[in-house]
Write a protein that binds this ligand. Structure first.
Ligand SMILES: [Zn+2]
Length: 234
C-alpha cells in the first residue's frame, strides 16, 4: 500500500514496529515466538499518543512476550460511529450523534448512542463514555458491598472507581478503603463482584496466601471462573 509508513519506536528494552495504515483504530499485536511487537496506527495519529499507548500497555506486552503465545487485540478506539464499545461483557456498536438534549449516552439494542458535539475531540468523546461507565459501576458497587459486608463480617469505610492501569482493584486495609478499576464496566457483572469480594477479603487477610484463597473459595466458590473471564481480553 502506498499510504503506509513503518517506524520503530523503542521503549525501555522493547522495540515496537509501528505501521501507519488507513485505519481508524490502533491495534497492538505481540508475536511472542518471534519476540515481535507490532502496532498498526491510523495515518493521522500523532507519535506522542502512540508512545503513551505503548507505555500504558507495557505490563501487558511483557506478560505476552513471556507467555510465548500470539495475541492481537484492538486496544484503543476513537469513539467514532462504527467503533465497538463494551459494557458488562457485551459488545455494542457505537453511534455518535450531535447532542441536542437528554442523556449523553444511551444503550439501544445492540447500539450505544453517544451524543457529542460535531467538532468534539477524541478526549471529549472518551470522557463522555468513561463518565457513563463510572456511573454504571457506581450504581452496582454499593449493593455488592452491602451484600458482602454481613456475609464476611467486615466493613468498607470508603470505596471509589479509579482509572487503574495494571490492576482491577486495590484495598487499603488500614483505611478499610477499596478502589475499583473503571475498566470493570467492560467485563461481565460477575467479574465486578469477584473483584469486590477479592478486595474485601483483604480486610481479613492481607496476603495472597492459602488463607486468602480459602476465604475466596468459601465466599465465592466460582471465583476462579470469573477471574478467568476478567483476564480474557476480548
Ligand atoms: Zn489482592
Amino acid at each position: 500500500m502506498k499510504n503506509s509508513r513503518l517506524e520503530v519506536i523503542e521503549i525501555e528494552d522493547i522495540k515496537v514496529s509501528v505501521q501507519r495504515k488507513n485505519i481508524k483504530n490502533m491495534y497492538l499485536r505481540v508475536k511472542a515466538e518471534r519476540g515481535e511487537v507490532k502496532i498498526s496506527a491510523p495515518l493521522s495519529m500523532n507519535r506522542d499518543r502512540i508512545v503513551r499507548f505503548i507505555y500504558s500497555k507495557l505490563p501487558w506486552i511483557r506478560q505476552h512476550l513471556a507467555s510465548g503465545k500470539e495475541k492481537e487485540i484492538p486496544k484503543e478506539i476513537n469513539y467514532l460511529t462504527g467503533d465497538t464499545v463494551k459494557l458488562w461483557g457485551q459488545k455494542y456498536s457505537l453511534v455518535v450523534q450531535p447532542k441536542i438534549s437528554g442523556s449523553k449516552v444511551c444503550v439501544q439494542g445492540e447500539q450505544v448512542i453517544l451524543k457529542a458535539p460535531v467538532d468534539s475531540t477524541f478526549e471529549e468523546r472518551e470522557k463522555i463514555w468513561q463518565d457513563f461507565c463510572r456511573a454504571e459501576l457506581k450504581k452496582r458497587i454499593p449493593g455488592l458491598i452491602s451484600k458482602w459486608e454481613p456475609a464476611m463480617g467486615v466493613q468498607v469505610y470508603q470505596w471509589n472507581v479509579k482509572k487503574m492501569k495494571t490492576r482491577w482493584g486495590s484495598c487499603n486495609i488500614a483505611k478499610k478503603r477499596i478502589w475499583l478499576s473503571l475498566m470493570l464496566a467492560q467485563k461481565p457483572k460477575e467479574c465486578l463482584e469477584e473483584v469486590v469480594v477479592h478486595e474485601m477479603v483483604h480486610l481479613l487477610e492481607a496476603g495472597h496466601n492459602k488463607r486468602f484463597y480459602g476465604y475466596m473459595d468459601r465466599f465465592l466458590p466460582q471465583w476462579r471462573l470469573w477471574d478467568q473471564w476478567l483476564k480474557q481480553i476480548v
